[in-house]
Ligand binder design. Structure first.
Ligand code: ADP
Ligand code: MG
Length: 346
């Protein structure tokens, strides 16, 4: 079995209705072209609605495959392995994509006061959540691994294009940000090839390019965390937006009646534990959505809402464990609740 690298979230959190709102009746001649493949530990799907040139899909998937090779932890000598292996020893020259990923990650670390930390690798490896080897580590193990987590010990050199992890045993993990970055890159490939209507779906990390066949914004459903794909709590309309969800129900394991999920605190080494069940971020860039959906967990509900409201052009839908929905200001008029189990709470 292919090992997890980025995400095992086969249950995509965001589900999309193709076609337009309520009246998808207009008949057009050319059917969309679509391709789906298992990469980066999840299903990646690209659907193009205004071109029938399959070679564009080839190009899009070539780009995804490039990242799959760079980031997979089960492949030998990937760039990321190399950086981690050289921790505490020497700096490593990296390609532009990895450099950008690290650079962006460090920015999010600063923005979130360290709640987002791509050097969380040693803690992720202790828990192994999403893999068969998942387990609850001992307190001693966590205490030992924690000092190895720290974005301030990740040294980037822009002139040399190098990265150096200052402590031996440090390890980068791009699980919280890579799919977002790759989604944006795939969108660039599509745009470069003249595509104006498409959906990029990297395991629930969605980007809705342009408009649908009827020239209306795409209708995007938000998954019901209690159920699988196709069961939604509500929907919204989007054009040229990324819609990304992180949830504690996506990847977890249960031990002695306690659920342990995969969004971990760089401060104490344990899964964040607060009232949030899932958070969906709507943003212009998918890398922002991916990083923010993960890091908002650290803030809890009230601070999380304030935080997202403070960032221009970014909105969020929070789902709490007691089945309430909280919206940020900018999405209030564009979210329709359709599921009676949930209540709008703000
Ligand atoms: P998903 O992988 O389900 O899309 P996320 O985008 O929220 O979910 O990413 C979660 C992954 O990010 C974890 O599996 C782990 O690899 C990594 N991670 C966990 N906690 C953090 C954190 N505090 N900061 C950065 N990365 C994290
Ligand atoms: Mg994320």
């Amino acid at each position: 079995m292919k090992k997890k690298l980025i995400s095992m979230s086969l249950l995509a959190v965001v589900f999309l209705f193709s076609g337009c709102g309520n009246n998808a009746k207009k008949v057009t001649n050319d059917a969309p072209i679509s391709r789906s493949n298992f990469y980066l530990g999840t299903y990646c799907k690209v659907t193009i609605y205004d071109k029938s040139d399959e070679s564009i899909l080839d190009k899009a998937f070539n780009r995804i495959e490039e990242f799959d090779k760079m980031l997979s932890i089960n492949k030998e000598n990937t760039e990321v392995d190399n950086i981690n292996d050289k921790s505490g020893i020497e700096k490593v020259k990296v390609n532009d994509d990895i450099f950008k990923l690290i650079d962006k990650s460090l920015n999010y670390s600063k923005l979130t006061g360290g709640a987002f930390d791509t050097s969380i690798g040693p803690i992720v490896k202790l828990w192994n959540i999403g893999l068969d080897s998942a387990r609850v580590p001992s307190k001693e193990e966590v205490t030992k691994a924690l000092p190895l987590v720290g974005y301030k010990n990740v040294e980037l050199n822009a002139n040399e294009k190098t990265v150096y992890l200052k402590e031996k045993g440090m390890a980068l993990d791009f699980g919280a940000i890579a799919k977002g970055y790759i989604a944006d890159e795939v969108v660039e490939v599509l745009k470069d090839n003249g595509v104006k209507k498409a959906i990029v779906d990297l395991g629930g990390n969605i980007y809705a390019l342009g408009s649908n066949k009827e020239d209306k914004p795409w209708k995007i459903g938000i998954q019901d965390p209690d159920l699988e794909r196709n069961n939604i709590i509500g929907y919204m309309y989007s054009s040229n937006k990324s819609v990304v969800t992180s949830g504690i129900y996506e990847r977890f394991f249960e031990k002695d009646g306690v659920k342990y999920h995969h969004i971990l605190s760089p401060f104490n080494g344990y899964p964040f534990n607060n009232e949030i069940m899932g958070v969906t971020i709507v943003s212009d860039l998918s890398i922002d959505g991916d990083a923010l959906s993960t890091s908002t967990f650290s803030l809890g509900l009230n601070e999380g809402i304030k935080f997202i409201n403070s960032i221009p052009n970014v909105d969020a839908i929070f789902i709490t464990k007691d089945h309430k929905i909280y919206l940020t200001d900018g999405i209030r008029n564009n979210f329709s609740l359709t599921n009676e189990k949930y209540k709008l709470a703000n």
